[in-house]
Design a protein around this ligand. Sequence first.
Ligand code: NAD
Length: 514
Amino acid sequence: MSNNFGIQEALKQLGIKEINSGTSTGSKWLSNDGEVISSYSPVDGQLIGKIHATTASQYEQIVQSSADAFKTWRLMPAPKRGEIVRQIGEELRKYKESLGKLVSYEMGKSYQEGLGEVQEMIDICDFAVGLSRQLHGLTMHSERPNHRMYEQYHPLGIVGIISAFNFPVAVWSWNAMLAWVCGDVCIWKASEKTPLCSIACQNIINNVFSKNNVPEGVSCIVNGDYKIGELMTSDKRVPLVSATGSIRMGKKVGAAVGARLGRALLELGGNNAIIISENADLNVAITGALFGAVGTCGQRCTSTRRLIIHESKYEEVKNKLASAYKQLRIGNPLDENNHVGPLIDKDAVAMYLNAIEEIGKQGGKVLVEGGVLTGEEYESGCYVKPVIAEASNDLQIVQEETFAPILYIMKYKELDEAVAIQNGVVQGLSSAIMTTNMREAENFLSHAGSDCGIANVNIGTSGAEIGGAFGGEKETGGGRESGSDAWKVYMRRQTNTINYGKDLPLAQGIKFDL
Ligand code: NAD
């Protein structure tokens, strides 16, 4: 099946071999002596390639190499680093199709979404290039005469990036491109479920790095499971760990980094809801809810998991959604006629099946039945039917993020009640209201409205642009990545006061005369 969609050609272009080293300081790949990780495609169950995981002693080599690289990289003027990132953006444009294909094949999202993910990488490169001529601090007026006070931002050092399987390339680039223009060096630990994507990215940027004589160590790759991640989270030489993944992982990473008073940027799970008001344009609402719930097979951190529907529209929305679900084509995500691809692996399928069982046990009611698809086209065993269930918000299963296409629907009468339901979960990533009523929209966005990091009007919960800061509140972790002033977390802030006078007045008027 894979040959039909040009996968083998893409792997070749991206430099993916049958067996790859998973550890790199840039152009150098360290010798293959670590444990072997096999990457199977959820699309057709075929082995795509193998990698050798990073050993503890290789990790030491990597940290040493990054620490050395930081000493020179931080001295290069930021716009010059920006120029290198600009060239990375150009290189990504050349490899957009092949990388998009690998993302789709290794992770299982649609080819269109794979291309979209690479486009996000290109966009963040463009953004970072502009930023490289900014990275500005403020100037303040000093209370002391003949004094000047300002703040400036300096690079932090080594940034550890731990990424999740569902955005196997974009999340790294959100972090790395900003970190690099800020003058930091990066060590990326990709998800053990999508390791080949990390090898491909390293090969792509290497073309640029070697042309520009970028030192070894600026872009390092380590691979393996949580144990390699733990080496990074407990390592004092890594001042910032940016970790994307489940809340369970985030609590461990936050505790480990916090215990050494390092900085953790956490991008964790969501439990995102759309409120569909009595004043909603139902065409917009249904399309937004549908893409949000079944896109990427429900495996986005911003996937729509709950629909909170005004009682007057409940039956209509329920029926329209149910008939839209019937038209969904589930199948190979590289075939652009399909809407829904597979889940990442059989463990994810087991979690999906368990959640469906729990819905019934906990008092919910399944409206659009689920199930695992069988047959030649579904030979990986990872293709499932998207589910709609009626369930109250307080059910334990509704409170959890099941990383699968299961949509819970529920009713409300008054907007305050809908907002309370929307906020009534531990996660706080993305939220939306569908309404044409200005008062409802503004209330939803007010201090008393959505408590999430992202709050949209007449847009679904998924599909953010890189220009805004991305992240969520509460147990989603509080981190912000990508646009706006998210770059500040990759730098250390320093306040400078300069006395150009002939005496030394003290702040707060304190006298200390001899
Ligand atoms: P996961 O938590 O299983 O793994 C994520 C990464 O963390 C992997 O690289 C893994 O090896 C590593 N890891 C796990 N335990 C660790 C530990 N104790 N120390 C160091 N590293 C550790 O998540 P996943 O299944 O790959 O991804 C799905 C989850 O990610 C979902 O919860 C989703 O909502 C979340 N996610 C969040 C965002 C966001 O921006 N908020 C974006 C994408 C995914």
